[in-house]
Write a protein of this length. Structure first.
Length: 194
């Protein structure tokens, strides 16, 4: 049976996102338990609106009671990257780039303690960072658009740096990123970082 599909509507277009399977959520919970996370307060159920598997509280919880606490060992961070099979190869890169490369390595079959977690992530993130210019126009005049301009500048210029770093002479310049934000705020043509 094919995986259930969700329809996510954004701007003038719609994107289809494949929901995680029951098995991928079971594998994710098993991985979380292996990392020291107690999962006895959650269970897998089915969403009424579209039939996708979801996590729900296994019992009534009191106000402020935690349903799930993720152990530090299960966090993707530069410290966990350093302990991984790619740790030495990515040492010295920006922390966010180290984590991104660990996710890519795990997604592409490299031995990783994070493989069950990574396989539960969507193939295409549905965040504004990856929206089209048309979709971003809906954010005109918001602080989010200003923040996205800065993030996109850092990412774009990090891609062009021989060290994968956003510092040093090959990196982005703050005036360039400020120009991107000004163009967006002025409702003019998108800057190169968009």
């Amino acid at each position: 049976m094919p995986a259930p599909r969700l329809r996510v509507q954004q701007a003038a277009s719609a994107q289809v996102v494949t929901a995680p399977s029951q098995k991928s959520i079971e594998d994710l919970l098993a991985w979380a338990r292996k990392q020291g996370t107690s999962t006895d307060k959650v269970s897998i159920s089915t969403a009424v609106e579209d039939g996708r598997p979801i996590l729900v509280a296994a019992k009534d919880l009191g106000a402020g009671e935690e349903a799930l606490t993720i152990n530090d060992a299960a966090w993707l961070s530069p410290a966990t990257v350093a302990k991984s099979s790619i740790g030495k190869a990515v040492a010295g890169l920006e922390p966010w780039l180290q984590v991104a490369l660990l996710i890519l390595a795990a997604r592409n079959g490299a031995a990783s303690d994070f493989a069950p977690y990574v396989s539960s992530l969507p193939a295409q993130p549905q965040t504004p960072l990856f929206w089209s210019n048309e979709q971003l126009r809906m954010l005109q005049g918001t602080q989010l658009l200003d923040s996205l301009a800065g993030y996109r500048c850092v990412i774009r210029h990090t891609q062009h740096s021989p060290t994968g770093s956003a510092s040093g002479p090959a990196a982005y310049s703050e005036p360039t990123c400020r120009a991107a934000r000004r163009k967006q705020a002025a409702h003019t043509e998108p800057h190169e970082c968009f």
